[in-house]
Design a protein around this ligand. Structure first.
Ligand code: SAM
Length: 248
C-alpha cells in the first residue's frame, strides 16, 4: 500500500534510473548510502556496483520487508530507520544518493549539512522548485536560506529535469536531479553557528532591508556598514561569511 505521508512516488522510467547511476559514477567512491530505496528502482542497479560498500535507509517497514525478500543481498545492508535521525552508517566518507521524499526535502538538505565532513558527493532528486532554490545565485528571486547554506559548503550542479510520468504515482510537480560536491575552499567565517543564524535571520524577514532584519545581531556601530543597505537576496555567500566577523 502506498503511503502518501512518506512522499512515495516510485521511479518507473528505467532510463532515468540509469541516468542517475551514470551521474553517480562520474566521481569514484567506495561507500554508498541510498535514502528511501522504496520499491528498489535505483537500488537494483546500486546493489550490483562492483567493489562498493552499499547501504540504504528506508522508513517504511513494508518496503523494507519486501526489499529484503526481493533482493536477499540487501538483508544486512538495509537499515529500517528515519533518515533524519539515523546514525551515520559508515565510519569513513561516503556518497549519498536518493530519489528523496519531497515532503522532507529541506530537512534532508540540513542533514547533509550536518554530515558534510563525511559526505563525498550527493546525487539527489528533488522537486524542481527545491532544486532551483539550492542552485540559485544572488539576485535570483528563489535565492534563499537553502541556496546560501548549501553553497557555502558545496559546489552545486543542476543536472537534469525529470517529467512527472517517470514516477508512479506521478507527483504534482516536476523534478530535477542535482549534484553537491564539497567545496575545496569554504569561505572564512567566524563560526558556522553564527553563519547559520545570520543567514536564517536575514532571509526570514527578506522584505526588510538587511539592516532592519538583522539588527539584533549587531551593535549600532557595526550596522553602519553600507552593505546593510542591501537586501538579503543581493548578498553573495562570501558577503554573508564576511559579515559573521562583525556579529555581536
Ligand atoms: N527510491 C525509490 C524510487 O525512486 O522509486 C523511492 C522514492 S520515494 C520518492 C521516497 C522513499 O523514501 C519512499 O520509499 C519512502 O518510504 C521513503 N522515506 C520517506 N521518508 C523517509 C525517511 N524519513 N527516512 C527514510 N526513508 C524515507
Amino acid at each position: 500500500t502506498l503511503k502518501k505521508s512518506l512522499g512515495q512516488h516510485f521511479l518507473v522510467d528505467e532510463n532515468i534510473c540509469r541516468k542517475i547511476v551514470q551521474a553517480l559514477q562520474q566521481h569514484p567512491f567506495q561507500r554508498l548510502l541510498e535514502v528511501g530505496p522504496g520499491g528498489g528502482a535505483l537500488t537494483k542497479y546500486l546493489l550490483g556496483l562492483p567493489g562498493i560498500d552499499f547501504k540504504c535507509v528506508e522508513l517504511d517497514e513494508e518496503k523494507v520487508n519486501w526489499l529484503k525478500q526481493q533482493y536477499p543481498a540487501l538483508q544486512t545492508k538495509i537499515i529500517h530507520h528515519d533518515f533524519l535521525t539515523v546514525d551515520q552508517p559508515f565510519s569513513d566518507p561516503f556518497t549519498l544518493v536518493g530519489n528523496f521524499p519531497y515532503n522532507i526535502s529541506s530537512q534532508i538538505l540540513f542533514r547533509v549539512l550536518e554530515w558534510k565532513g563525511s559526505v563525498e558527493v550527493v546525487i539527489g532528486m528533488f522537486q524542481k522548485e527545491v532544486a532551483q532554490r539550492v542552485v540559485a545565485r544572488e539576485g535570483n528571486k528563489v535565492y534563499g536560506i537553502l541556496s546560501v547554506l548549501v553553497q557555502a559548503f558545496f559546489d552545486v550542479e543542476y543536472l537534469f529535469e525529470v517529467h512527472e510520468n517517470a514516477f508512479n504515482p506521478p507527483p504534482k510537480v516536476k523534478s530535477a536531479v542535482i549534484r553537491l560536491t564539497p567545496r575545496q575552499a569554504i569561505p572564512e567565517m567566524s563560526s558556522e553557528r553564527r553563519f547559520f543564524v545570520l543567514v536564517k535571520t536575514a532571509f526570514n524577514q527578506r522584505r526588510k532591508t538587511l539592516r532592519n532584519a538583522v539588527k539584533s545581531l549587531y551593535t549600532p556601530e557595526a550596522l553602519k556598514d553600507p552593505i546593510f543597505d542591501k537586501r538579503a537576496e543581493q548578498l553573495t555567500v562570501n558577503d554573508f561569511a564576511r559579515l559573521t566577523f562583525t556579529m555581536k
